[in-house]
Design a protein around this ligand. Sequence first.
Ligand SMILES: [Zn+2]
Length: 214
Amino acid sequence: MHPTHHPSYEILLDYAAGNLPIAPSVIIATHCSICQDCNDTLDTINITGAALMDDLNDDIFDFSSLDKVLSKLEFQSNENDTKIENNNGVFDFNIPKTLQKYIPDSFNWKNLSSGVKTAELLTDDGFNLDIYKIKSGYQIPKHTHTGFEYTMVLDGGFTDNQKYFARGDFSLLDNSSEHSPKADPDKDCYCIVSMNSQIKLTGPIGRFINLINF
Ligand SMILES: [Zn+2]
């Protein structure tokens, strides 16, 4: 698999250093488990970081940070297998192995609108991790966020701000980003999404609708 849209180097550094909360970390780990390029970059970061730690003076090193880094490195080292496993019995498409442990046996889907359903996978440190199902051909009304939105496509695809996102593609938006993603016309789109924010509708209709219920 060769995703087109990747996390930035800075995000991969934050992930490797254990500076990201669990929910966005799961998205980065899932992307890296199926993206050879980002997996290679992570390997380089981890090797460089390990060498750097060897050189650090014990007197100035924060061992609580070391524990965080080591736990992340161990987590990542288990995720280097780029194979994709079966669908875990929940979906009719393959779920990346890295993500499977976060997928429950059954879902409580919540309808956000006629075209969007979500199911929460976890909440930690202010960030949710949810699965989104966007109905084929549905366009989410124009909106922005009050914080960050990490997204990775699991199945299908969508077009957003004239860019196309397919399985494995990653996106990070902040409160300066306005968007209105539209799912492929012939297939439902599933994504994992991590947000620490509320959705703010910004289109001419959306401004008259209460938040969230798009
Ligand atoms: Zn990548």
